[in-house]
Design a protein around this ligand. Structure first.
Ligand code: ASP
Length: 347
């Protein structure tokens, strides 16, 4: 009798795999984290009004991505949607509101990576593509390449039917004033140091930041990362930063983590920051938090590179370390945790 009962129970369970699948799905965590750049953010100049404007833009981007995840959409879709909101906001150095080059234009960089397929798309130095992150995704999905640059990338964007705009669409007065200030400082330093490159090194961190990015985990357990930026104020000679470089500014791998970086790009390239964080998890068995902390607060600090990252793993853990005075950031998880903040002591 006992054996019969056991058989019936075993048969019932084995013919009801849906029940098990549904339970697994219900338990799958999902989460998103976003950033709007790290840098020298002066607390004394952060009025209540300014803080509110930044925080409400961050929340809007975060909540838009989160709603897609809650709806069962992919982490890639959530990352793109969140970044596009930040690209459209003049507050951040990406899309509208991007910094000016030395010659008074805007040259935009972006990248996206999917942690399940390890597919990636990146674009550098485009001047007329309204949403560089959308172009990065199109390069990943629709081309046989990983990275396109400049005019060729714009031709491809046009072929893909992406929205093209005049370069002046990205103009904002605040960024223009920054360019004028930076150029004045550069001219003074160049006179003294007799070297443009050396003079450029002396530019304050406030000219180097403001990039936007997002990382997300979806209900299927896949993580993705994306980053979009105008780069550095007064950049010259077609300078490309870390944001479009897979492994430096963006990386995602379901075996470890997904990372989007912001900071002094030259250091993030040389120390392949995003991939290094994931490699430390994978090969050293460190937690997400520890891996990111070592790279940002030890390796980069010793090298003199300032900035930060947002990172997520397939369990839905999130960490957002930075070694600068602030980093615009926000996160939301299916476990009920949510955060928006700028400075280190924001809780
Ligand atoms: N990392 C970007 C760059 O170097 C700048 C930033 O994060 O704002 O282009």
């Amino acid at each position: 009798m006992k054996n019969k009962l056991f058989l019936v129970l075993a048969l019932t369970l084995s013919t009801s795999p849906l029940w098990l699948v549904n339970k697994a799905q219900a338990q799958q965590a999902f989460a998103i984290a976003i950033h709007g750049g790290a840098g020298t953010i002066d607390k004394s100049k952060m009025t209540q009004e300014k803080r509110q404007a930044y925080e409400s833009a961050l929340k809007k981007a975060r909540d838009t991505g989160y709603a897609l995840l809650a709806d069962g959409k992919s982490s890639q879709a959530a990352v793109i949607a969140a970044i596009q909101i930040l690209e459209d906001s003049p507050l951040f150095n990406a899309g509208k509101g991007a910094v000016y080059t030395f010659d008074g234009e805007h040259e935009l960089d972006a990248s996206i990576m999917n942690g399940k397929t390890l597919n990636a798309g990146a674009v550098s130095g485009v001047k007329t593509v309204k949403s560089p992150i959308a172009l990065a995704e199109a390069i990943m999905e629709e081309s046989v390449h990983v990275m396109l640059s400049g005019e060729g990338a714009e031709v491809f964007a046009n072929q893909q039917g992406l929205t093209l705009v005049e370069n002046s669409y990205f103009n904002t007065d605040a960024r223009f004033q920054s360019l004028l200030k930076a150029k004045k400082q550069l001219a003074e330093q160049e006179k003294e140091l007799k070297d443009f490159q050396a003079a450029h090194q002396t530019l304050d961190n406030e000219y180097k930041f403001g990039t936007v990015g997002a990382v997300a985990l979806d209900k299927s357990g896949t993580i993705s990362a994306g980053t979009s930026t105008g780069g550095m104020t007064a950049k010259r000679f077609g300078r490309i930063g870390d944001a479009p470089i897979i492994g430096a500014g963006t990386y995602a791998n379901n075996d470890s983590c997904a990372v989007s970086a912001t900071g002094h790009g030259e250091y993030f390239i040389r120390y392949h920051v995003a991939a290094d964080i994931c490699a430390r998890m994978q090969y050293q068995g460190l937690s997400l938090e520890k891996s990111a902390d070592v790279v940002i607060n030890d390796v980069l600090v010793k090298a003199g590179g300032s900035g930060g990252v947002i990172a997520i793993d397939t369990q839905g853990n999130i960490t957002m370390p930075f070694n600068s005075s602030g980093m615009y950031r926000a996160s939301k998880s299916s476990n009920g945790n949510e955060f928006v903040g700028i400075f280190k002591d924001d809780k």
